[in-house]
Design a protein around this ligand. Structure first.
Ligand code: AMP
Length: 571
């Protein structure tokens, strides 16, 4: 079956993409027309008085910009089982749970066949460009992908994370095969009910098929780093399983056990080889190419909140190329990475003009009054908030992401992801984004390197319970660290927020000294478990980088695990 599968025609895909982006303006108009024609009978659009008009001007005049909160009542009715056309012409039968990192709880968003098709389209597009630069043979991929629990809503709709809805769709596997990217693990592992057990089995499958593995991937690169950090803990157990051909008793789910039993045969030579390789590594540097000699690259979303994991990923990957995957969300896809040669720090995403209708709110002007501009009207060098109109019932939906236009690919803009708009440390006139926090942590953790210390993960919080309020940065670090170094790290963090509002407020003590709180090992794993418990999946997990007071449970996990705290003396 797999052998007969037709491979994708890479040249044709690239040609299609080129001609579509050359005509981006018209394609956008046509896409909007198609969306509005397909969904014109939906109650939401009917109420806005479009009366069948499908041109961008009428659309913008009649349809307001909305946030998820505005659409919540409509989505809730769908979730509760109303089968009338509410947001889309065809009824929605599946719901996606977005990771909800910002609010602390997952949001419901509609999922449908059109969204599935655009997902596969973007996968195919970036695959075509990637494969031209980094050809792969017809082997396997170690895909560190996980499903969330798929549940039924009160109204009988299927609900799971967007990635789960994608992985469960039969077309996903066909497309992976056509992209020579067949996952080396059986479905029982991907859809296993416990992600710890699935992770272990993914690693085991990877080792069993080590010679065939062509690339390693995940949705967000956090899952790759997480997997190899776990490998450091369980490698001997993995070797023992391979040696004996018997799966560890830690894997308890019968479906997973029986699927693995079909793959696992006693193989002492392989166990010895892996054992020797692991012992030969220095602090696990180059682990990935040692384990998987034919891997061509590592693939997953590596920008935005994933950037802090790049250092560790490079450590494991040695000189293997790291390629950032595409840009999208549970609400819809936006752009493809068509320049796989570019390092992840510089990765940009070209908007696919036919997967949705896109508008951009310029962020230079006063936001409330700024008028959104169309896809081909954006300006290079400017920052914007992304507005999506999708085939899945979202119209002029504020995604909440900030992007910068870095150039154009033909007539379609190339976007660099900057940050989530709402994730902002602010007390009075100071404004610091997720990116500012990341840069501050990078600067401060450099002080650590000579001590061979590593910031495993981090988050932050604005503490207004003190007067004046102050920033709190949470760090999980590996190893023992001298007090003086951490005191200096704390000062460095404080100094690294160079925003003029912050610096001037600190100087007059309108913002109190920054506090660095070191948390116990495993704290961020507890946060991950917390989100998975809410219905999230490891595949879509993003560490919340700024935790607001409303996200009380995550804040409690952080605060309850503090082992040491330091106050800055930098000002
Ligand atoms: P989710 O809530 O799980 O659907 O995640 C969607 C969000 O993840 C987007 O709104 C972005 O904030 C972030 N994201 C998705 N793709 C990328 C990317 N390529 N680079 C940076 N951030 C991304």
């Amino acid at each position: 079956m797999i052998e007969k599968m037709e491979l994708l025609d890479v040249d044709k895909l690239i040609e299609e993409f080129e001609s579509m982006t050359k005509d981006a303006g018209n394609v956008q108009r046509e896409t909007l027309k198609k969306i509005l024609e397909e969904n014109g009978c939906a109650e939401y659009l009917q109420n806005l008085g479009l009366n069948g008009r499908t041109d961008p001007e009428s659309f913008k005049a009649c349809v307001p910009l909305v946030t998820h909160n505005d659409l919540q009542p409509y989505i809730q009715r769908i979730v509760d089982g109303s089968s009338s056309p509410i947001l889309t012409g065809k009824p929605i039968t599946t719901i996606s749970l977005s990771s909800g990192t910002t609010q602390g709880k997952p949001k419901f968003v509609p999922f449908n066949d059109e969204l599935m098709e655009t997902t596969l389209q973007i996968y195919r597009t970036s695959y075509a460009f990637r494969t031209r630069e980094f050809p792969i043979e017809n082997g396997k991929a170690l895909q560190l992908i996980y499903s969330s629990k798929q549940s039924k809503t009160k109204g009988g709709l299927i609900a799971g994370t967007a990635t789960t809805n994608v992985f469960r769709n039969s077309q996903f596997k066909n497309t992976m095969n056509a992209m020579q990217s067949q996952c080396c693990s059986p479905d029982e592992v991907i859809f296993g009910p416990d992600f710890h057990q699935s992770l272990y089995c993914h690693l085991l499958c990877g080792l069993i098929f080590r010679e065939e593995i062509q690339f390693i991937s995940s949705t967000f690169s956090h899952s790759i780093v997480h997997a190899f950090r776990t490998f450091e803990q369980v490698w001997e157990e993995l070797c023992a399983d391979i040696r004996e051909g018997v799966l560890t008793s830690r894997i308890t789910f019968p479906s997973v056990r029986s699927a693995m039993a079909k793959l696992l045969k006693p193989n002492p030579e392989l166990a010895d080889l892996i054992h020797k390789k692991c012992l030969g590594l220095n602090n696990w540097y180059g682990l990935i190419p040692e384990l998987f000699p034919n891997v061509k690259y590592i693939y997953g979303i590596m920008t935005g909140s994933m950037e802090p994991y790049l250092k560790k990923l490079r450590h494991y990957a040695r000189d293997l190329p790291l390629i950032s995957a595409d840009y999208g969300s549970s609400e819809g896809w936006i752009g493809a990475n068509v320049n796989p040669n570019v390092p992840p720090e510089l990765a940009t995403y070209v908007v696919l003009p036919d997967i949705g209708y896109f508008e951009f709110i310029p962020l230079k002007e006063n936001v409330e009054e700024a008028k959104p501009v169309g896809l081909t009207e954006v300006k290079v060098g400017e920052e914007y908030e992304v507005i999506i109109t999708s085939f899945a019932g979202l119209y002029r939906y504020r995604l909440g992401d900030v992007v910068k236009v870095t150039g154009f690919h033909n007539l379609s803009p190339e976007l660099k992801f900057i940050c989530r708009r709402s994730l902002m440390l602010t007390i009075n006139i100071d404004k610091n984004t997720e990116k500012d926090l990341q840069l501050a942590v990078e600067a401060a953790s450099k002080l650590n390197t000579e001590e061979k210390l590593e910031v495993l993960d981090f988050s932050s919080h604005v503490d207004l319970s003190t007067n004046p309020g102050h920033y709190v940065i949470f760090w999980e670090i590996s190893g023992e660290v001298r007090e003086e170094v951490l005191e200096e790290c704390c000062n460095c963090l404080d100094r690294s927020f160079v925003d003029a509002g912050y610096v001037s407020s600190r100087k007059i003590n309108a913002i109190g000294p920054l506090e660095l709180r070191v948390v116990q090992r495993g704290t961020f794993q507890k946060i991950l478990n917390h989100y998975v418990g809410l219905g999230a999946a490891l595949s879509q997990f993003k560490t919340p980088r700024c935790v607001g007071s409303t996200n009380n449970e995550v804040l409690q996990i952080l605060c309850n695990n503090v082992v040491k705290s330091y106050f800055s003396t930098a000002f």
